[in-house]
Design a protein around this ligand. Structure first.
Ligand code: GLV
Ligand code: MN
Ligand code: MN
Length: 464
């Protein structure tokens, strides 16, 4: 472990186990939605000001406080942003590493910058049930996307350690270093390193200021030549379980705290470069080859075609050169993120989009080049793990869990290359995510941790 040092004495209250006992959590009925807007004022080293009522579930208190503390590790004062291989990434690993060790995990930072922890089962060296999610964020992020899954996993291990010598597997926690892919274009970097699907070409990807991933990794203290050592084999892992906020409104609409994820959409991302001619704004209409006007038509075409096809698609990045008020843009660059539950359906939509981009470019006399930056196939959650998640949710006394398909991408997609995957979704207010308004109910968090613990125990029961 290079990033973290021994932590302070344990202060967590995450030691009781209502789920294991099958007991109610004793949650206050008024346990309110955690106000996610507070953090904008609370982005200091202090937790946000929300405090659960007296007698509130101790684990939920700890988990939410820890999400607040990680939110303070941001590269910007006006919101949360923590990208791969940044000083904030190192600080988050350091902090979460102390929590892991307090929970009884031995820790290390792997060659891709993932923070990992392990607790042995009934004998040393058993394959592990891996729990986890990611610690990186998008710009202007909320405080729960990814983070909640890591912090909840640590809380579950803290509870399980008293019975670790009865477990038929080890339990590990992975705090993945890059799931969002916002710094270097490629995405799911941490989980792909763990799954052994790292692509050496990624080292030459550059961030917005021109730093290559290779240079950033070396500055972070990693050895790019050693990245293969982060890979785990199928023989190392019994299962991967990820708890994550839903990032959609279906649980809230159905009045359910938790959901069982059925599958995760397959995604493609690409960078589209439109090249026209940079000219004075006095240029007559018939002599213009305006890259931004063409790109604007392309953005609307992506929306129209994808909507008609039922494949979620987003243009989230647009850059213009020379970006001056009185100059016709000679270059425009846009991103496309296209997803679908079915890879063939997604690719059929993409073919329609690409044909339309070509048609727009031809009509406007500009050139268009499309460079793929990411592809991930749709992944189904393992039937056995879906059953375990369902049993885990049932053990909390929650009403019948909803089965939901995930449009959002998750580390589980990459880990699926080496282990069966299962996911628990937690309701988030308004389905809002990738925004500071991301918000969860504290009582849902308490139930979610109970359910994840009970899922691990359900899995243990099937293997004992
Ligand atoms: C990650 O949040 C994604 O779905 O892109
Ligand atoms: Mn995200
Ligand atoms: Mn996420």
């Amino acid at each position: 472990m290079t990033a973290a040092s021994p932590g302070p004495a344990a202060t967590t209250g995450a030691t009781t186990s209502p789920a294991a006992a099958g007991a109610a959590t004793g949650l206050a009925a008024d346990s309110a939605t955690v106000p996610a807007t507070e953090p904008t004022t609370g982005l200091s080293t202090e937790p946000a000001s929300w405090r659960p009522p007296a007698g509130f579930d101790a684990t939920a208190r700890t988990v939410l406080d820890r999400c607040d503390r990680l939110a303070a590790l941001s590269s910007r004062p006006d919101g949360i942003e923590r990208v791969y291989l940044s000083p904030e990434h190192a600080a988050a690993n350091e902090l979460a590493g102390t929590w892991m060790r307090e929970a009884g995990l031995s820790t290390w930072q792997d060659a891709a910058g993932n923070l990992c922890g392990r607790m042995e089962g009934r004998r040393p060296g058993l394959p592990a049930v891996l729990l986890g999610s990611h610690l990186d964020t998008v710009p202007g992020a909320g405080r729960y996307d990814g983070i909640l899954g890591v912090v909840a996993a640590i809380a579950v291990v803290d509870r399980l350690r008293a019975r670790a010598d009865a477990l038929p597997f080890a339990v590990e926690v992975a705090a993945f270093a890059d799931e969002e892919g916002t710094r270097f274009g490629a995405t799911l970097l941490g989980s792909r390193a763990l799954a052994g699907t790292w692509d050496e070409r990624w080292w030459e990807h550059r961030d917005a200021v021109g730093t290559t991933m290779r240079d950033a990794a070396v500055a972070f203290g990693l050895d790019p030549g050693a990245v293969a050592t982060a890979a785990r084999g199928a023989e190392d892992l019994v299962a991967y379980l990820e708890l994550h906020i839903e990032q959609g409104p279906r649980l809230e609409e159905a009045d359910r705290a938790l959901g069982v994820v059925t599958s995760i959409a397959g995604a493609r991302r690409m960078l589209v470069t439109v090249t026209g001619e940079t000219r004075h704004c006095a240029t007559p209409w018939d002599r213009r080859r305006d890259a931004l006007a063409a790109a604007s038509e392309m953005v609307l075409a992506v929306e129209r075609i994808a909507r008609d096809a039922g494949s979620p698609a987003t243009v989230g990045h647009l850059r213009v050169e020379p970006d001056a008020v009185n100059v016709i843009p000679g270059l425009a660059e846009l991103s496309i993120d296209l997803r679908d539950a079915d890879d063939d359906a997604r690719d059929a939509t993409l073919a329609l989009v690409l044909a339309e981009l070509d048609a727009i470019a031809a009509r406007r006399g500009v050139a268009v080049v499309v460079a793929p930056t990411h592809v991930a196939p749709a992944v189904a959650c393992d039937p056995g793990l879906r059953a375990a998640v369902r049993a885990g949710i049932a053990a909390t006394g929650a009403i019948e869990p909803l089965e939901v398909y995930s449009v959002a991408g998750h580390d589980a997609m990459a880990v699926a290359a080496v282990a069966p995957i299962g996911m628990v979704f937690v309701r988030c207010a308004g389905g809002i995510s990738h925004h500071a308004d991301e918000s969860v109910r504290a009582d849902d968090v308490a139930t979610a941790v109970d359910a994840l613990e009970a899922t691990v125990l359900a899995l243990a029961a099937t293997r004992s």
